[in-house]
Ligand binder design. Structure first.
Ligand code: FPP
Length: 238
């Protein structure tokens, strides 16, 4: 058996919390609570597998449109989860970073985010990136705007220059993008970064995600030949 290759950077769209709860006659918010537990478990699995960078889509720019009650529940849940988990993450060498426009969050959450990022800034075992108030189009526009500010008068931007200001610029290239919950779209997640990523869609709802499904995604990634536009023969000859 050939050795499986471990993706350096995995991103996950954690979908299906609401449906998971509703199927059990519970409120959608109880699905989010289990969702947080699953996120924690997934960080552990990623670390054990040897993944270098894990990016979780926690809250999209579009999620503000959910009922007010659900949005405030999520904000409070993030604060509590951060406070509860950050020490453990730090102990295990996890470097936590938030991707997205976090200035839109309430002061309490912004403060917890800043403290967690600062505390874990020098860790290097696993990079955990939480995309919050994140949108792929926002990321691209934000990068271009930074470029314009820094290079007044320049008439064009290169791919490398655009990439340099994306929120993921310090991270390895995205290798594998997983979406749970049965939908087969990227939903404005890492749209630039996903250009050459392998995509893995599963019907499993996020609260049911675990080691077995994560391993399935890695197996699937490992079995595919990544050609980056070249022919199969060119890749084999390398
Ligand atoms: C997706 O399920 C869940 C969200 C968009 C909410 C936030 C994610 C969590 C609570 C997981 C925790 C993550 C971290 C890093 C703290 P959905 O509500 O879209 O489910 P549905 O499609 O069944 O309605």
């Amino acid at each position: 058996m050939t050795e499986r290759s471990i993706p350096q950077h995995v991103a996950i769209i954690m979908d299906g919390n609401g449906r998971w709860a509703q199927a059990r006659g519970k409120k959608r918010t109880s699905g989010h609570k289990v969702g947080v537990e699953k996120a924690r478990e997934t960080v552990e699995i990623a670390g054990k597998l040897g993944v270098e960078s894990l990016t979780l889509f926690a809250f999209s720019s579009e999620n503000w449109q959910r009922p007010e009650e659900e949005v405030s529940f999520l904000m409070e849940l993030f604060v509590v989860a951060l406070k509860r988990e950050v020490k453990m993450l730090n102990k295990h060498g996890v470097r936590l970073r938030f991707l997205g426009d976090t200035t839109a969050f309430n002061k309490k959450l912004q403060q917890s985010i800043a403290e967690a990022e600062e505390l874990t800034a020098n860790n290097d075992k696993l990079r955990l990136n939480v995309a919050a108030n994140y949108g792929g189009r926002w990321d691209i526009v934000n990068s271009v705007n930074q470029f314009i500010t820094e290079h007044q008068g320049k008439k064009a931007i290169t791919e490398a220059e655009l990439e340099a200001n994306l929120s993921t610029s310090q991270l390895p290239n995205l290798d594998l993008l997983i979406r749970t919950g049965g939908e087969t779209r990227i939903s404005n997640f890492l749209i630039w970064q996903a250009a050459y990523a392998e995509l893995f869609f599963t019907d499993v709802l996020w609260p049911d995600f675990g080691q077995a499904e994560f391993e399935k995604a890695v197996e699937s990634y490992s079995s595919r030949q990544r050609r980056f536009g070249k022919t199969g023969e060119q890749v084999d000859a390398k």
